[in-house]
Design a protein around this ligand. Structure first.
Ligand SMILES: [Zn+2]
Length: 233
């Protein structure tokens, strides 16, 4: 199957690239020329979402619930793989959920800031298209799905039962644009969805994720000639 091969090269191994220091953008193609598009692509992610240049409501429906996930941990990575059966319909395309993973802090800039934590729900369509749904978190009440993941990590479990619905706003207003994976190989053609509503996770949960992941957000990328469709007012 096409999709998993386009994701991280080997989910078990530590990656052969590192994040920048926050000053200079990453140049991932210098170390590995199969990552060329990371530095030459014109549709890279993440971006600043306040550059919204269109407003529209787009057909969107999501269904997420309890799932049995397989936990993967690596340098800068906490990922939960799930069997298909859940997902979202965006426009007229059905995208099945493949995996979700976290970044600290968040990657896209939303409401003028980079929130301390984001989950990326990575989906694939039958035609091999990617779609990611990003949901940011700020300090507040504990989140049950994040609690389940942190418990499993602490006990070095390989499986985690979690309610994915608690990671997604009920009826999200969305920013949408065409971008890329935010880690090598930075594959373009990713249908990005970022929720305008920010969910809550506890201070302890955010700190625990940050301790495990370290700084794991790619530098902001130029918008170039892209359309960002923001939620209707
Ligand atoms: Zn991500």
């Amino acid at each position: 199957m096409l999709l998993p091969n386009l994701l991280a090269p080997d989910p078990g191994a530590d990656p052969d690239w590192v994040y920048g220091d926050g000053e200079l953008p990453e140049k991932w193609s210098i170390d590995n020329d199969s990552y060329a598009v990371c530095d030459t692509g014109q549709m890279q992610s993440p971006i600043v979402l306040s550059d919204t240049n269109a407003r529209a409501s787009i057909a969107f429906a999501a269904s997420y619930g309890e799932a049995d996930g397989k936990l993967k941990r690596g340098r800068g990575k906490v990922q939960v793989d799930v069997d298909s059966g859940m997902g979202m319909v965006s426009g007229d395309t059905l995208f099945s959920l493949l995996q979700m993973h976290f970044h600290t802090p968040a990657e896209h800039m939303l409401h003028g800031e980079r929130y301390p934590l984001v989950v990326h729900l990575v989906h694939g369509s039958r035609d091999g298209e990617f779609a990611v749904l990003g949901v940011m978190f700020e300090e507040g009440d504990a989140n049950p799905a994040i609690a389940a993941i942190l418990d499993a990590l602490e006990s070095e479990g390989k499986e985690v039962m979690l309610d994915i619905a608690s990671l997604v706003p009920e009826r999200p207003d969305l920013y949408r644009y065409m971008g890329s994976l935010t880690t090598p190989p930075c594959t373009e053609g990713v249908n990005w969805h970022v929720a305008d509503e920010v969910l809550e996770a506890s201070e302890e949960q955010i700190a625990a994720m940050a301790r495990i992941l370290g700084a794991s957000n790619r530098s902001l990328q130029p918008l170039n000639n892209r359309l960002i469709i923001g939620p209707e007012d």
